[in-house]
Design a protein around this ligand. Structure first.
Ligand code: FEC
Length: 309
């Protein structure tokens, strides 16, 4: 038996190169191949950001940095694993690896800080389904960790540093998170409420007044559903074209990593819409594998340890 505990970091995953896109997209669509139009549209977005997303490297860097930090604070107690939702190494692969090492306890942490039945609960369900093949491995899930002070201050510190910009009457901060189909929220899912509470907490920490920021949603999927809105591109255009704003600060607080939704949806699509309307865009940095994010993950490990004991 192995006395260590496994930290299973679970993330979305991203194609490693253009040839992975069909299988990846088919997995996202619950085993239905995308139409040629949808497929070509996604390929074009990856090509526009250089062919691949930085997400794969960042997810691994987050795991490596957390392992290093845990080794220092709690020597010989934790082993960090990565399991992905839509591409290898899948969550099941990571669970199999953990089981093969004789580890008896897993702390499951989604690399997405807000809880949703659609996103984070699905990570846990995949881990639990894989664990059904093994007896006696304890699984302790992290529900949501957006309230972590290091993470809140990661965002608010950047806004404080931009005070000379955000205090101008012609500047508006747009906070955004990934949209979800409205039908998910209507079942009582707390995702939207958590995102809004997170935004108000960041704004309060940065001393923003209510008229200095707006909440909007980004990256709605190409499905027939109605999604949570308003969409951040429409909001930004309206602020510049109709409300007298000139500068937009984008804070994409629903994500922790640079990925396609940041590099394409914000850096290309949102930027073009703003500039074509006569405005300018400043985007806040993402947490990636920087110290505040790794501190937040370590705090989550400590919280799960307390819950377990
Ligand atoms: O390669 C990259 O860097 C992008 C990775 C990526 C992340 C991500 C995060 C979230 N998504 C969420 C919800 C949905 C829903 C659908 C959906 C579809 C896509 C498609 C791609 C994609 N997502 Fe994603 N998402 C990423 C990538 N997502 C590609 C398919 C093409 C497109 O629509 O753009 C609709 C499909 C469905 O119903 O299943 C809904 C949520 C998150 C944030 C939480 C998390 O990271 O788990 C919510 C990163």
């Amino acid at each position: 038996m192995n006395h260590k505990k496994a930290i299973l970091l679970m993330a979305y995953g991203t194609p490693y190169d253009l040839t992975d896109i069909m299988a990846y997209y088919t997995n996202i669509r619950h085993n239905h191949q995308p139409t040629p139009e949808l497929y070509n549209d996604l390929v074009a977005r990856y090509k526009a950001i250089g062919g691949t997303s930085p997400l794969a490297k960042i997810t691994q860097a987050q795991a490596d940095a957390l392992q290093k930090k845990l080794n220092k604070t709690f020597p010989d107690q934790y082993e960090v694993f990565v399991g992905l939702k839509y591409i290898h190494p899948f969550i099941k692969d990571a669970v199999d690896q953990i089981a093969s090492q004789g580890i008896q306890t897993i702390y499951g942490i989604p690399l997405a800080p807000h809880y949703s039945t659609f996103s984070t609960e699905d990570y846990h369900n995949r881990a639990k389904a894989a664990l059904a093949a093994y007896d006696g491995i304890k699984y302790i899930p992290a529900k949501s960790w957006w309230e972590n002070d290091d993470l809140i201050h990661f965002w608010s510190d950047q806004l404080t540093d931009l005070a000379s910009l955000t205090e101008q009457e012609t500047t508006q901060v747009i906070f955004s998170a990934h949209s979800l189909p409205l039908k998910i929220i209507e079942t009582g899912d707390p995702y939207k409420a958590q995102i809004e509470a997170n935004i108000h907490a960041i704004a309060a920490a940065a001393d923003l007044k209510a008229n200095q920021y707006t909440i909007a949603w980004q990256s709605a999927g190409r499905t027939g559903d109605q999604w949570i809105g308003p969409d951040f591109v429409e909001v930004a255009k309206d602020l510049i074209q109709n409300k007298g704003f000139k500068h937009i600060v984008s804070a994409s607080i629903g994500f922790i990593s640079d990925n396609l939704e940041i590099r394409y949806d914000v850096d290309i699509e949102l930027k073009a819409a703003i500039e074509n309307s006569g405005g300018t865009l400043t985007r806040l940095r993402m947490p990636n594998a920087d110290e505040p994010l790794i501190n937040a993950l370590e705090s989550e490990v400590e919280r799960l340890y307390t819950m377990e004991s």
